[in-house]
Design a protein around this ligand. Structure first.
Ligand SMILES: [Zn+2]
Ligand SMILES: [Zn+2]
Length: 379
């Protein structure tokens, strides 16, 4: 006899099956080719596999203890005589030692969580400012009423798969440089579920869910903005096999307003007034989100100045309070003057001593600069 299998595993001749198993697992992890690809180690790895194959199988162990070598006797392992249930145990032990997968095996569930769904919702500026309640149509998968998500036709039920006996996977033993290796793959008959549905539900074709259109009432909080997503837990797609539904996200799309431009929670608009009104002051009615308000243009207002209406903007989504409404004033200079108007303006300029004004040159184009600065500061 060439090989001392007990010495290979480092156990005594009277070692129990448990001790043999432990010794093998320890060595298998240590010498696994993925951990240690050195050819000498691989040779040793083959040896411990052979030793364990013999010593873990009571029949082969008996042959070996009596002086025979069960591996050379039946052609290098496996083979007609010694390859029974015990042999399978042996190979699963090898797999367990490598991958530690034993506890995770088993059929996969037909029931899985459904996906999240998303729907776009258009709202106008006032709805964004104050919040609203909307009815929306949603098209999602829902649990099939006919089979209650089971997937089986009424009066029938899923049955244990006879190919894998409910395990959901089938095993195959192949020979490789390591000796014999058992590989598992999902059962082709039941796709890994461990059960088959002989007569699928006619309503959902066995999926356990059907598509359906529902109306949902969604509360839109004040202060939402373009791209804000409102999560409705459990209103998404029901999963395969009637599995728990995902969530539904309502994504807000704010429609542009004809007068106001939104920047953060502030609103901006521009009012154009004639030069005379800017000089003398005036009041302009403005349709705000809160109704008509008078904009007070003070006498001597310059083009580019702004009038803020505090608290007339969008409600802050967090923390309450509201942004401002900022009215930017643009002053227009009269062009086409008739004879009388021109005469009066000349008179006016004479009174002001402005017939030949020198003009004031400002360094760095201050007017344009301050307007740009305002734009950057979001005012
Ligand atoms: Zn069904
Ligand atoms: Zn199966």
């Amino acid at each position: 006899m060439a090989t001392d299998y007990y010495a290979v595993l480092g156990v005594r001749r009277d070692a129990s099956q448990d001790e043999i198993k432990k010794a093998f697992r320890r060595l298998a992890r240590e010498l696994h080719p993925d951990v240690n690809p050195d050819p000498k180690t691989q040779e040793r790895f083959k040896e411990i596999n052979a030793a364990y194959e013999v010593l873990s199988d009571p029949q082969k162990k008996q042959v070996y203890d009596l002086g025979g070598d069960p591996l050379s006797a039946n052609g290098g392992g496996g083979g007609a005589g010694g390859f029974g249930a015990g042999g399978f145990g042996n190979f699963s032990d090898i797999m367990d030692a490598f991958f530690g997968t034993a506890s995770q095996r088993g059929p996969r569930s037909r029931t899985r969580r459904g996906q999240d769904a998303m729907i776009r919702l258009e709202i106008d500026l006032a709805e964004a400012a104050f919040g609203t309640t909307k009815d929306i149509q949603v098209d999602t998968a829902v649990v099939c009423n006919t089979c209650s998500g089971e997937g089986a036709a009424p009066g029938t039920s899923a049955q244990t798969c006879d190919m894998c006996r409910g395990r959901g996977e089938v095993s195959q033993v192949t020979r490789s440089f390591l000796g014999q290796v058992m590989t598992s793959r999902p059962c082709p008959q039941c796709q890994g579920f461990g059960t088959v549905v002989p007569s699928p539900c006619p309503e959902c074709a066995g999926d356990g869910r059907v598509r359906s259109r529902r109306t949902l009432t969604v509360k839109i909080p004040a202060g939402v903005d373009n791209g804000t997503r409102i999560q409705l837990a459990g209103e998404g797609e029901v999963g395969p096999g009637g599995g728990p539904p995902g969530d539904l996200y309502v994504e807000i799309h704010e429609l542009p307003h004809s007068v106001f431009q939104r920047r953060g929670d502030d609103l901006h608009c521009t009012v154009t007034i004639p030069m005379t009104a800017a000089a003398l002051g005036t009041k302009c009615p403005l349709e705000t989100l809160d109704g008509v308000e008078e904009i007070d243009i003070r006498p001597g207002t310059q083009s580019g100045q702004s009038v803020p209406l505090h608290g007339r903007g969008i409600t802050h989504l967090r923390g309450g309070g509201r942004g401002d409404l900022i009215v930017h004033v643009e002053v227009t200079t009269p062009s086409k003057l008739d004879a009388e108007q021109e005469r009066l303006l000349r008179e006016f300029s004479k009174l002001r001593g402005e017939e030949r004004p020198l003009g004031q040159f400002q360094p760095g184009q201050q007017g344009l600069f301050s307007r740009l600065k305002d734009a950057f500061n979001g005012r």
